[in-house]
Design a protein around this ligand. Structure first.
Ligand SMILES: Nc1nc2c(ncn2[C@@H]2O[C@H](COP(=O)(O)OP(=O)(O)OP(=O)(O)O)[C@@H](O)[C@H]2O)c(=O)[nH]1
Ligand SMILES: [Mg+2]
Length: 244
């Protein structure tokens, strides 16, 4: 049996929890040889998220400091699995695909698998403004980091937990998502990007598009500067994620 931690950050996601928890294919994962645990990181929710998650079988980790990245840092520190999988608590990410994604991770001997939602088939689920912002940020990220990731903002990753200890990821907010991908690529871990279906969000959006978009852009330049200082002023090596 291989151990798997499914880490989910949640800020006031009580209405989404029952369907999100039900969408995690615990039986199929066990049949595929995985021993899964769900680690729900409650980010000081005020709507009973923690209690509901506990009653639905999740292990609840409390993080009182707000922020998507802050929540993931607490969740990864508490995760017991050899492999960690992630996704939002809003019904957008296909947890049902986890057995397939894990198969790809193992078969391709990948260390960090990220997902691509920017497919034409997902046009309905993502607001046009979000789609444009995601594509723009992904293009800047590709240019600065010389990697070929299509979707720098996807929040669904599947990775071997040892790599987290080897990464310097500093963002406490939404920029955590792009930073962990760029850090994994820079560190030379074997990365993959796989297309997924993206669903319509349930409940209230936590993202502040303008504020988070601008913060992400600033983080990209900061991270790039940090990386080139580390590389003695040079460009990061071009890296290609084996994909599609
Ligand atoms: N923004 C934000 N999200 C948090 C925080 N803590 C936990 N989360 C969770 O992180 C996930 C991502 O937030 P979302 O509001 O879905 O942000 P997003 O996916 O970038 O935006 P949408 O595409 O509109 O869903 C959700 O499960 C939130 O509940 C926090 O402090 N801020
Ligand atoms: Mg979301």
């Amino acid at each position: 049996m291989k151990t798997l931690s499914i880490v989910i950050p949640a800020l006031n996601e009580a209405p989404n929890l029952p369907s999100v928890m039900a969408s995690i294919p615990m039986t199929a994962l066990a049949n595929a040889g995985w021993e899964p645990e769900v680690v729900l990181v409650d980010n000081a929710s005020t709507d009973g998220t923690a209690e509901i998650a506990h009653s639905l079988g999740a292990r609840v980790v409390h993080e009182h400091r707000r922020g998507y990245g802050q929540a993931y840092k607490a969740g990864f520190a508490a995760a017991r699995g050899e492999v960690i999988a992630t996704g939002d608590c809003d019904g957008t990410y296909p947890f049902g695909d986890l057995p397939d994604l894990l198969r790809v991770l193992i078969r391709r001997e990948a260390e960090f698998l990220t997902t691509d939602r920017l497919y034409h088939d997902n046009r309905e689920a993502m607001k046009r403004s979000h789609s444009i912002a995601n594509r723009g940020l992904s293009a800047v990220s590709r240019t600065l980091f010389r990697n070929r990731l299509h979707d720098s903002q996807s929040g669904m990753w599947v990775f071997r937990s040892y790599i987290w200890k080897g990464l310097d990821v500093r963002s406490s907010g939404m920029a955590f998502s792009q930073e962990i991908k760029n850090a994994a690529m820079l560190a030379g871990y074997r990365c993959l990007e796989v297309p997924i279906e993206y669903g319509k969000r349930g409940g209230e959006v936590k993202l502040n598009a303008l504020h988070d978009g601008a913060a992400n852009l600033v983080q990209l330049f900061e991270h790039r500067l940090r990386a080139s200082t580390h590389l003695g002023g040079g460009m990061p090596p071009a890296r290609r994620a084996v994909a599609r």
